[in-house]
Design a protein around this ligand. Structure first.
Ligand SMILES: *Cc1c(COP(=O)(O)O)cnc(C)c1O
Length: 391
């Protein structure tokens, strides 16, 4: 079924004793009871489908999980209180019965780097960082580390590089490692990692999927093999998403494919306009035919859009100039997030990559003039007009 159709139907309209609600209600109950103890016993024992305690499962969370599972064509999902909570569940699930070793992309979300180096490494997990777009380097790292898990993002931040996910899935499989893909930037409209051989897909629901800048959440969508451990970790440690957030997210997801299509179209126009502007040194955009990963992009995103993120270097690359440019923005919101309906601008050197030494930042290609845009659903001419007047 088409993603637009699934987004508005999957998960909803579960029958109540007297009627079928057109959309899923917010169930706030923290526990559930049954007319007979025998039934509660069966639900606890997982012999009968049902609910007993809200750390385990709620009707609202289950509806959202079904909706998200449908979008990624997975076997099941766990919705969590944040994207980072989802990553923690995914990493723990992947390493439960595998070697305590992770090969991870070097250019990943800052908090994910910290999770690896400040939480997992001190617990004895071996961490190897590698340039995920360098296929030979990835092959070598996997061969040497024999990891239990390979962790990558579908599109990297802020330089929007695209690693060969399909080939990395084959390499991971060859050593028995689980491949976890944080696909927050690509979303299921562009890529479905499970279909390309990944075992676990993670999203920060906070971004495109909820999409309105009003909810924090995450999800792990799993293949069949990892579903029991994902559900079990959720049940034991309780990183679950509350019913109100589930409701907001589910409402957001219904228009996610529509919003994302518009955002991708707008991003393409903004990227083209920036590329022709005299004040711009360089544009980073996966739809650029001269993109460093053009071959991978052509293979993985064939016939698809190229995402709604655009980064660019100001020609006069100083913090002072970037601050002046960003302070002049009137419509575009200066905030540390992405994927909202409104266009957002972020300065990586000050926010996501602040903790790196300037030299390290330069080595990663993140200069003092780099600005990252998350393009929204506004009329593209209004977004461009705001950028124009800020130069
Ligand atoms: C935002 C983000 C996260 C973390 O998600 P939260 O919902 O903020 O916990 C993880 N990965 C990527 C790529 C993100 O953009």
């Amino acid at each position: 079924m088409n993603i637009h159709t699934k987004a508005v139907h999957a998960g909803d309209r579960k029958k109540l004793p007297d009627a079928i609600p057109s959309t899923t209600p917010i169930y706030t109950a923290s526990s559930f009871s049954y007319a007979e103890m025998a039934d509660l016993d069966k639900v606890f024992g997982e012999e009968m489908d049902g609910y007993c305690y809200s750390r385990y499962d709620t009707p609202t969370a289950r509806a959202l999980e079904e909706q998200l599972t449908a979008l990624e064509e997975g076997a099941g999902a766990l919705v969590t209180s944040s994207g980072m909570a989802a990553l923690q569940v995914a990493l723990q699930a992947a390493l439960t019965d595998r070697r305590r070793s992770v090969v991870a992309a070097s250019a990943i979300y800052g908090a994910t780097t910290n999770m690896l180096t400040k939480m997992l490494e001190p617990m004895g997990v071996d961490i190897t960082f590698v340039d995920i777009c360098d296929e030979a380097a990835v092959a070598k790292a996997i061969e040497q580390a024999k990891p239990g898990c390979v962790l990558m993002e579908s599109i990297s931040n802020p330089l929007l590089r695209v690693g060969p996910m399909d080939r990395i899935a084959t390499m991971a499989k060859a050593v028995g490692a689980a491949l976890i893909v944080d696909s927050t930037f690509a979303t299921p409209l562009l890529l479905q990692p499970l279909q390309l051989g990944a075992h676990l897909v993670v999203h920060s629901l906070t971004k495109y999927l909820a999409g309105h800048g009003d909810v924090l959440g995450g999800v792990v969508i799993s293949d069949e093999a990892h579903l029991p451990i994902i559900r079990s970790i959720g049940k034991i440690s309780g990183p679950v998403l509350g019913p109100f957030e589930c409701y907001l997210t589910m409402r957001g997801v219904k228009t996610f494919p529509l919003r994302m299509e518009r955002q991708c179209e707008n991003a393409c126009k903004v990227a083209q306009w920036l590329a022709s502007h005299a004040g711009v040194e360089r544009v980073y955009y996966p739809g650029d035919p001269r993109h460093a990963d053009a071959a991978t992009i052509g293979r993985l995103l064939a016939g698809k859009a190229h995402g709604a993120m655009v980064s660019f270097d100001l020609k006069e690359a100083t913090q002072e100039n970037v601050f002046r440019f960003m302070d002049r923005l009137k419509l575009i919101v200066r905030a540390t997030t992405l994927g909202d309906v409104h266009t957002l601008a972020l300065y990586p050197a000050m926010s996501s990559h602040r903790d790196l030494a300037p030299k390290q930042r330069q080595r990663q290609g993140i200069g003092d003039g780099l600005i990252r845009l998350s393009v929204g659903i506004e009329a593209p001419e209004d977004i461009i007009a705001d950028l124009e007047q800020a130069f």
